[in-house]
Design a protein around this ligand. Structure first.
Ligand SMILES: [Zn+2]
Length: 216
Protein backbone atom coordinates (compact mmCIF):
# COMPACT_ATOMS: atom_id res chain seq x y z
CA UNK A 1 0.00 0.00 0.00
CA UNK A 2 1.17 3.50 -0.79
CA UNK A 3 1.83 5.84 2.10
CA UNK A 4 -0.21 9.04 2.04
CA UNK A 5 1.35 12.30 0.97
CA UNK A 6 2.08 14.44 3.99
CA UNK A 7 1.94 18.21 3.94
CA UNK A 8 3.66 19.00 7.19
CA UNK A 9 2.72 22.65 7.39
CA UNK A 10 0.04 24.42 5.42
CA UNK A 11 -2.50 27.20 5.69
CA UNK A 12 -5.03 25.74 3.28
CA UNK A 13 -7.25 22.65 3.33
CA UNK A 14 -5.80 19.84 1.23
CA UNK A 15 -6.71 17.06 -1.21
CA UNK A 16 -8.09 13.79 0.15
CA UNK A 17 -4.95 11.74 -0.48
CA UNK A 18 -2.88 14.23 1.51
CA UNK A 19 -2.53 14.11 5.25
CA UNK A 20 -1.78 17.65 6.24
CA UNK A 21 -1.15 19.63 9.37
CA UNK A 22 -3.18 22.73 8.89
CA UNK A 23 -1.87 25.72 10.77
CA UNK A 24 -4.39 27.72 12.79
CA UNK A 25 -3.99 31.07 14.50
CA UNK A 26 -5.08 30.89 18.10
CA UNK A 27 -8.28 32.82 17.50
CA UNK A 28 -9.43 30.40 14.79
CA UNK A 29 -11.81 27.59 15.74
CA UNK A 30 -10.29 24.12 16.15
CA UNK A 31 -11.05 21.85 13.18
CA UNK A 32 -11.78 18.13 12.87
CA UNK A 33 -8.66 17.30 10.90
CA UNK A 34 -5.05 17.46 12.06
CA UNK A 35 -3.88 20.92 12.94
CA UNK A 36 -1.16 22.85 14.72
CA UNK A 37 -1.69 25.98 16.70
CA UNK A 38 0.63 28.40 18.40
CA UNK A 39 1.45 32.01 18.93
CA UNK A 40 3.34 33.14 15.82
CA UNK A 41 5.87 35.93 16.52
CA UNK A 42 3.81 38.38 14.42
CA UNK A 43 0.77 37.67 16.61
CA UNK A 44 2.45 38.64 19.85
CA UNK A 45 1.56 42.28 19.51
CA UNK A 46 -2.00 41.52 18.34
CA UNK A 47 -3.33 39.92 21.48
CA UNK A 48 -3.00 39.99 25.26
CA UNK A 49 -0.46 37.34 26.18
CA UNK A 50 -2.35 36.13 29.25
CA UNK A 51 -5.44 35.63 27.16
CA UNK A 52 -3.43 33.94 24.39
CA UNK A 53 -1.91 31.41 26.76
CA UNK A 54 -5.23 30.70 28.35
CA UNK A 55 -6.65 29.91 24.90
CA UNK A 56 -3.62 27.93 23.83
CA UNK A 57 -3.71 25.81 26.96
CA UNK A 58 -7.18 24.71 26.00
CA UNK A 59 -6.43 24.22 22.31
CA UNK A 60 -3.44 21.91 22.85
CA UNK A 61 -5.76 19.45 24.58
CA UNK A 62 -7.94 19.10 21.49
CA UNK A 63 -7.43 15.58 20.07
CA UNK A 64 -6.76 16.94 16.55
CA UNK A 65 -4.06 19.32 17.69
CA UNK A 66 -0.92 17.35 16.83
CA UNK A 67 1.73 20.05 17.20
CA UNK A 68 2.27 23.40 18.83
CA UNK A 69 3.33 26.13 16.43
CA UNK A 70 4.30 27.93 14.51
CA UNK A 71 6.25 29.48 17.32
CA UNK A 72 9.69 31.00 17.24
CA UNK A 73 11.65 34.17 16.70
CA UNK A 74 11.60 36.50 13.71
CA UNK A 75 14.09 39.36 13.45
CA UNK A 76 12.15 41.08 10.66
CA UNK A 77 9.29 42.12 12.91
CA UNK A 78 8.91 44.91 15.44
CA UNK A 79 8.39 42.91 18.66
CA UNK A 80 11.67 42.76 20.59
CA UNK A 81 13.76 39.61 20.43
CA UNK A 82 13.64 39.42 24.25
CA UNK A 83 9.86 39.36 24.28
CA UNK A 84 9.68 36.89 21.39
CA UNK A 85 12.14 34.60 23.11
CA UNK A 86 10.20 34.70 26.35
CA UNK A 87 6.93 33.83 24.58
CA UNK A 88 8.69 31.09 22.62
CA UNK A 89 10.07 29.52 25.80
CA UNK A 90 6.66 29.60 27.48
CA UNK A 91 5.26 27.77 24.46
CA UNK A 92 8.02 25.18 24.62
CA UNK A 93 7.10 24.47 28.22
CA UNK A 94 3.45 24.19 27.31
CA UNK A 95 4.24 21.77 24.46
CA UNK A 96 6.34 19.70 26.81
CA UNK A 97 3.48 19.44 29.29
CA UNK A 98 1.02 18.56 26.52
CA UNK A 99 3.53 16.13 25.02
CA UNK A 100 3.42 17.78 21.60
CA UNK A 101 6.12 18.44 19.02
CA UNK A 102 6.83 22.07 18.12
CA UNK A 103 6.81 23.61 14.63
CA UNK A 104 9.40 26.36 14.63
CA UNK A 105 9.36 29.62 12.72
CA UNK A 106 12.88 30.99 12.43
CA UNK A 107 13.99 34.16 10.73
CA UNK A 108 17.67 34.89 11.37
CA UNK A 109 17.38 33.68 14.96
CA UNK A 110 18.90 30.22 14.97
CA UNK A 111 21.24 30.88 17.91
CA UNK A 112 18.47 32.26 20.11
CA UNK A 113 16.12 29.42 19.22
CA UNK A 114 18.68 26.71 19.91
CA UNK A 115 19.49 28.43 23.22
CA UNK A 116 15.84 28.44 24.22
CA UNK A 117 15.46 24.76 23.37
CA UNK A 118 18.44 23.99 25.53
CA UNK A 119 17.50 26.30 28.37
CA UNK A 120 13.98 24.88 28.69
CA UNK A 121 15.22 21.30 28.36
CA UNK A 122 12.59 20.76 25.66
CA UNK A 123 12.39 17.02 25.11
CA UNK A 124 9.83 16.47 22.32
CA UNK A 125 10.51 16.58 18.57
CA UNK A 126 11.01 20.04 17.06
CA UNK A 127 10.77 20.87 13.40
CA UNK A 128 12.20 23.96 11.68
CA UNK A 129 9.57 24.61 9.06
CA UNK A 130 10.17 26.35 5.72
CA UNK A 131 13.85 25.56 5.92
CA UNK A 132 15.91 27.57 3.47
CA UNK A 133 19.66 27.60 3.62
CA UNK A 134 23.00 25.95 3.57
CA UNK A 135 24.10 22.56 4.80
CA UNK A 136 25.98 24.14 7.71
CA UNK A 137 22.79 25.67 9.14
CA UNK A 138 20.99 22.37 8.67
CA UNK A 139 23.82 20.58 10.42
CA UNK A 140 23.45 22.76 13.53
CA UNK A 141 19.74 22.00 13.74
CA UNK A 142 20.22 18.27 13.22
CA UNK A 143 23.00 18.20 15.77
CA UNK A 144 20.60 19.72 18.31
CA UNK A 145 18.17 16.87 17.53
CA UNK A 146 15.75 18.76 15.27
CA UNK A 147 13.97 18.00 12.03
CA UNK A 148 13.77 20.16 8.90
CA UNK A 149 10.66 20.72 6.84
CA UNK A 150 11.28 21.85 3.26
CA UNK A 151 8.89 23.76 1.06
CA UNK A 152 8.93 25.60 -2.22
CA UNK A 153 12.56 26.63 -1.94
CA UNK A 154 13.57 23.15 -3.04
CA UNK A 155 12.05 24.12 -6.39
CA UNK A 156 14.19 27.16 -7.00
CA UNK A 157 16.80 27.95 -4.34
CA UNK A 158 20.11 26.33 -5.18
CA UNK A 159 21.68 26.12 -1.70
CA UNK A 160 18.48 24.68 -0.23
CA UNK A 161 18.25 22.15 -3.06
CA UNK A 162 21.74 20.95 -2.23
CA UNK A 163 21.01 20.83 1.49
CA UNK A 164 17.86 18.85 0.89
CA UNK A 165 19.54 16.37 -1.44
CA UNK A 166 21.93 15.37 1.34
CA UNK A 167 19.94 15.67 4.55
CA UNK A 168 19.56 12.44 6.57
CA UNK A 169 16.49 10.48 5.45
CA UNK A 170 15.03 10.24 8.94
CA UNK A 171 15.16 13.99 9.57
CA UNK A 172 12.98 15.76 7.03
CA UNK A 173 9.43 16.67 6.07
CA UNK A 174 7.82 18.45 3.11
CA UNK A 175 5.29 21.26 3.17
CA UNK A 176 3.46 23.85 1.08
CA UNK A 177 3.06 26.55 3.77
CA UNK A 178 1.63 29.56 1.93
CA UNK A 179 3.14 28.75 -1.45
CA UNK A 180 0.92 28.56 -4.50
CA UNK A 181 2.40 25.24 -5.59
CA UNK A 182 1.00 21.82 -4.67
CA UNK A 183 2.45 19.22 -2.34
CA UNK A 184 2.63 16.88 -5.36
CA UNK A 185 5.04 19.25 -7.11
CA UNK A 186 7.20 19.42 -4.01
CA UNK A 187 7.27 15.62 -3.62
CA UNK A 188 8.11 15.17 -7.26
CA UNK A 189 11.05 17.59 -7.13
CA UNK A 190 12.14 16.12 -3.80
CA UNK A 191 12.24 12.58 -5.22
CA UNK A 192 14.32 13.69 -8.16
CA UNK A 193 16.76 15.64 -5.97
CA UNK A 194 17.29 12.59 -3.77
CA UNK A 195 17.37 10.24 -6.78
CA UNK A 196 14.71 7.95 -5.35
CA UNK A 197 11.24 7.11 -6.61
CA UNK A 198 8.09 8.75 -5.38
CA UNK A 199 6.86 5.68 -3.48
CA UNK A 200 10.05 5.41 -1.58
CA UNK A 201 9.91 9.10 -0.70
CA UNK A 202 6.30 8.82 0.46
CA UNK A 203 7.28 5.93 2.70
CA UNK A 204 10.21 7.83 4.21
CA UNK A 205 8.20 10.95 5.01
CA UNK A 206 5.34 8.92 6.43
CA UNK A 207 7.66 7.05 8.73
CA UNK A 208 9.18 10.34 9.94
CA UNK A 209 5.68 11.63 10.54
CA UNK A 210 4.66 8.69 12.66
CA UNK A 211 7.87 9.02 14.64
CA UNK A 212 7.54 12.74 15.39
CA UNK A 213 3.81 13.30 15.54
CA UNK A 214 2.91 11.03 18.40
CA UNK A 215 -0.70 12.17 18.70
CA UNK A 216 -1.46 11.04 15.13
ZN1 LIG B 1 3.25 28.97 7.80
Amino acid sequence: MQAKYIDFHTHKPSESDVLSIMNLRIWENPIKTLFSCGLHPVDIVEISLDKAFEMLREIVNSPHCVALGEAGIDKRISASVELQQKVFEQQLMLADEANLPVIIHNVRSLTEILNSLKKTGFSNPFIFHGFTGKAETARQILKAGGYLSFGKSILNHQATRETFANVAADRFFLETDEADCSIYEIYSEAASLRKINLNELRGIVFENFVGAVTRY
